[in-house]
Design a protein around this ligand. Structure first.
Ligand code: ATP
Length: 350
């Protein structure tokens, strides 16, 4: 295994700058997620790491080796794609063994390595079948087996769970995480699913429009999003964003409400900023400073989501368990100030 370093890489397709000045240091043995909405440049970044796309600028290093100009086969990178790209006419055994065959591994070494991986990924009984005779989850395990049968320095996963149903996806997620830990794999994992990224990654990069908005551990990003984009992309429901005018130190206005935050921020007086509060950090409290009109109640079993209109904005409040809040009328809310985040006029965290 090895670390992976991207230094100022860019990719331009005619007039589109798909990836802009991207630098990342992915550590040896780290599970790193590239997360962002469709079109943000995740796949292009992955393809540049794999060598399937040449960067327009910047360098890529795997360990001490610069690989920017090397063809894919010389990079020692294992890949799993969204569609698995299994060979339909080959057996599971030959699909898994393909990377060994092209590297000239033969005989008992070949069969033993396939058996070891198949055992680990619970495919031992399916080795003679063809991909068309397997379920989606089994095909996904074959694709992972094929990637790990050869000891690559870095493994690239591009939305590998998106073809699985919700239950299988949960199982496959746990399985991938365990495999990565056991084999101490360096993994770059592309997904648009923030839950998947948070569940799997040691660290993640959130991208928008070809630019990395924030890099950090999942909970760090959740607690302290760097921008309003990250705040609203991570979390379900996303972070509530409310306009506040800082009239005096420790006296902020939000619609008709006067707020008294625990940090007065005198240096920001006179500005209109955005206050960010997660749905679990707005508490129902008859003495709360904010008032909201109930628009909807979503009883989800494990939690209840209350949707309210506060100062003209739709706000979500998370209540634990089977709470039964009133389904209409006005409720008062108290911000948990220690968890509040403030963003400037451009949407950057202050
Ligand atoms: P998705 O999740 O939908 O796959 P993504 O985040 O992986 O999206 P990319 O596929 O990397 O995004 O695309 C980034 C941008 O580059 C998009 O605007 C896309 O249209 C553009 N793009 C990607 N590949 C090409 C190409 N071969 N030619 C021209 N433009 C491209």
């Amino acid at each position: 295994m090895a670390q992976l370093t991207l230094s100022g890489i860019e990719k331009r397709f005619n007039n589109t700058l798909a990836v802009k000045d991207l630098s990342l240091d992915i550590k040896d043995g780290e599970f790193f997620a590239l997360l962002g909405p469709s079109g943000c440049g995740k796949t292009t970044t992955m393809r540049m790491i794999a060598g399937l796309e040449a960067p327009s600028a910047g360098q890529i290093h795997i360990g001490e080796r610069e690989v920017t100009a090397l063809p894919p086969a010389d990079r020692n990178v294992g890949m799993v794609f969204q569609d698995y790209a299994l060979y339909p006419h080959m057996s599971v055994r030959d699909n898994i063994g393909y990377p060994l065959k092209v590297r000239g591994v033969r005989g008992s070494n070949y069969t033993e390595r396939i058996s070891a991986v198949a055992e680990q990924l619970q495919l031992g009984a399916l080795l003679e079948r063809r991909p068309g005779q397997l379920s989606g989850g089994q095909q996904q395990r074959v694709a992972v087996s094929r990637a790990v049968v050869h000891h690559a320095d870095v493994f690239l996963f591009d939305e590998p769970l998106s073809n699985l149903d919700a239950k299988l996806r949960l199982e496959a997620r746990a399985f991938l995480k365990r495999l990565q830990r056991e084999l101490k794999m360096t993994v770059v994992y592309v997904t648009h699913d923030q839950v998947e990224a948070m569940a799997l990654a040691d660290r993640m990069a959130v991208m928008q429009g070809g630019v990395v908005q924030q890099v950090g551990a999942p909970l760090e990003v959740y607690r302290r999003p760097a921008t309003t984009f990250v705040a609203s992309f991570i979390g379900n429901p996303p972070m509530n964003l409310l306009p506040v005018t800082l009239e005096r130190a420790g006296r902020w206005r939000c619609g008709d409400a006067q707020l008294t935050p625990d940090t007065p921020r005198p240096e920001l007086v006179g500005r209109t900023l955005t206050l960010g509060l997660r749905p679990e950090h707005l508490l129902l409290d008859p003495a709360g400073e904010l008032s909201g009109e109930v628009m909807a109640v979503e009883p989800l079993g494990v939690e209840t989501i209350l949707m309210l209109s506060v100062a003209g904005e739709t706000v979500a409040v998370r209540l634990p368990g089977e709470a039964e809040p009133p389904s209409s009328g006005t409720l008062r809310l108290r911000p948990e100030w220690s968890r509040a985040v403030l963003f400037d006029e451009e949407g950057a965290r202050l």
